[in-house]
Design a protein around this ligand. Structure first.
Ligand code: BES
Ligand code: MN
Ligand code: ZN
Length: 495
């Protein structure tokens, strides 16, 4: 979808659909008042009758309104003016776009003339573009019949003359983020028989081919063996599908400047292994590679936005399957770090592939800060639900930075404890420690396991996206989170 910037007077612009705001209570906003005046007070009347409402996300579609050159008006509720934030702007844009995406070929969005106080012109354009792209996303590549296509090809962003440059800049960042989010959603939505470790590797290679400052290498099982990633290998050993270790490097910053490293869990299907999962909803475990997808989508977005920073991604991908060659509960494996792990539950496999990725990222790149992203624990879903990513860190400032980035990006993250006490229950009689501990606080126990593979003095944060990476309701599918959060965080790290 394109987002041209529009500066002419609202009522005089030709479009299939003009999207205009209304608040819950108070007078009509200026741009809506202009349409009201042109229509001889129609909007005021409809608001009085209750057909137009200010409730956040309420939409009223009006056809053939007199006095305007728009074929239709879409009046969208933005909630009470007092509570109007960028989160409300996003919700209003999502609702408006969903309403017209299948019917209108083009639209002009006038919400950009009534931005909330917590976002400037550029940020407002970013929010609108990202939300409009999000609401018009479809995944139909595996349907035999062509789906009714999204008709909406263009959404103009209304701006006053002095704001044109900022609006354009914000819109193009929004496009980059939306492209990254779509990469993550497509990868997540593809089933495990399509989205294999090699498929993810091929997608990462293709993304790198499109950007000069981005390079990708895809390591095979032989390479992973040479690196002595015994923990990673113990997860893949029951599968026939070969594993991959994807390494992406983005050189946007100064030559030789320490990079930020991102590791993403890429379990393309998690059956649980010999500690097999129950059948209901097991299909959702195709989404267990959404950490990998989020990290790859983020690399694509920052390369497109050309941010001035060095960033590397280390993405271990494999299947977790039960078979005659699978790891047994009680097996002891040696990680790349040399630490030995007793695998008491083969379903706690995410931490087993990530610990070797963390070791590799540190040995190879000496990152200034190390993040990992994973659909790691059911316990995090219980704690935070589908709304917030759990953030665990050994550094309070880094944790707060990520929480703030989540707020700005409307891709929320909530601080969770990662104190070393949570790791006490990982003790093992047979190895350095076990891969599971107590159930209570299970998300923090998992974080403590990962923390043991982080070098002393290195800033590290773990994002548990088990609750947020996909929707499990009637609109089942990948959300593309936390690409927005990660891009915002990385941009805030550019001096
Ligand atoms: N991929 C799952 C975590 C998960 C579960 C994500 C449900 C989203 C929804 C992970 O590999 C897993 O199985 N974790 C176990 C760990 C336990 C055995 C300590 C869990 O959370 O039950
Ligand atoms: Mn598992
Ligand atoms: Zn898993």
């Amino acid at each position: 979808m394109d987002f041209p910037v529009k500066v002419a007077a609202p009522v005089s612009q030709t479009t299939a659909c003009a999207i205009i705001p209304v608040f819950d209570g108070g007078p009509l906003p200026a741009v809506t008042r202009a349409f009201d005046k042109a229509s001889g007070g129609l909007l005021t009347a409809l608001r009085r009758s209750g057909d137009i409402k200010g409730d956040l996300g309420h939409v009223a579609l009006l056809h053939k309104v007199k006095g305007t050159r728009a074929k239709s008006l879409l009046v969208v509720g933005c909630g009470p003016l007092k509570r109007y934030t960028r989160k409300a702007l996003r919700a209003a844009t999502l609702a408006a776009t969903s309403k017209i995406a299948g019917t209108a070929a083009d639209a002009i969005n006038y919400l950009s003339l009534e931005l909330p106080s917590d976002c400037d012109t550029a940020a407002g354009a970013t929010v609108i573009v990202d939300a409009a792209r999000h609401a018009s996303y479809g995944f139909s590549e595996l349907k035999s019949e062509k789906q009714p296509e999204i008709k909406l090809k263009r959404m103009g962003l209304a701006a006053s003359k002095p704001e044109v440059t900022d609006t354009k800049r914000g819109a193009s960042l929004g496009q980059a983020i939306a492209n990254g989010v779509e990469i993550a959603r497509d990868l997540g939505n593809r089933p495990a028989n399509v989205c294999t470790p090699s498929h993810i590797g091929a997608v990462a290679k293709e993304i790198a081919r499109q950007h000069t400052k981005l390079s990708t290498k895809v390591l095979t099982e032989k390479d992973i063996e040479r690196l002595k990633m015994g923990s990673f290998l113990s997860v893949t050993q029951g599968a026939t599908e070969p594993p991959r270790l994807i390494v992406m490097q983005y050189h946007g910053g100064k030559k030789g400047a320490q990079p930020i490293a991102l590791c993403g869990k890429g379990v393309t299907f998690d059956t649980g292994g010999i500690s097999i999962k129950p059948a209901p909803k097991m299909d959702e475990m195709k989404f267990d590679m959404c950490g990998a997808a989020g990290v790859i989508g983020t690399m694509a977005a920052i390369a497109e936005a050309r941010i001035e920073l060095n960033v590397v991604a280390v993405v271990p991908c494999c299947e977790n399957m039960p078979s005659g060659t699978a790891t047994r509960p009680g097996d002891v494996v040696t990680s790349m770090s040399g630490k030995t792990i007793e695998v008491l539950n083969t379903d706690a496999e995410g931490r087993l592939i990530l610990c070797d990725a963390l070791t590799y990222a540190q040995q190879e790149f000496d990152p200034i800060c190390l993040l990992d992203v994973a659909t790691l624990t059911g316990a995090c879903v219980v704690a935070l639900g589908q709304y917030y990513t759990g953030v665990f860190s050994n550094d309070d400032a880094l944790r707060d930075e990520l929480v703030e980035a989540g707020k700005r990006a409307i891709d929320g993250a909530w601080p969770m404890p990662a104190d070393t006490e949570y790791g006490e229950s990982l003790r093992s009689n047979f190895a350095d420690f076990a891969n599971i501990g107590q159930r209570e606080g299970g998300a923090s126990v998992a974080a403590s396991f990962l923390h043991r593979f982080v070098d002393e003095g290195r800033d590290w944060a773990h994002l548990d996206i088990a609750g947020v990476a996909w929707r499990a309701d009637a609109n089942k599918g990948a959300t593309g989170r936390p690409v927005g959060l990660l891009v915002d965080f990385l941009m805030s790290r550019v001096q």
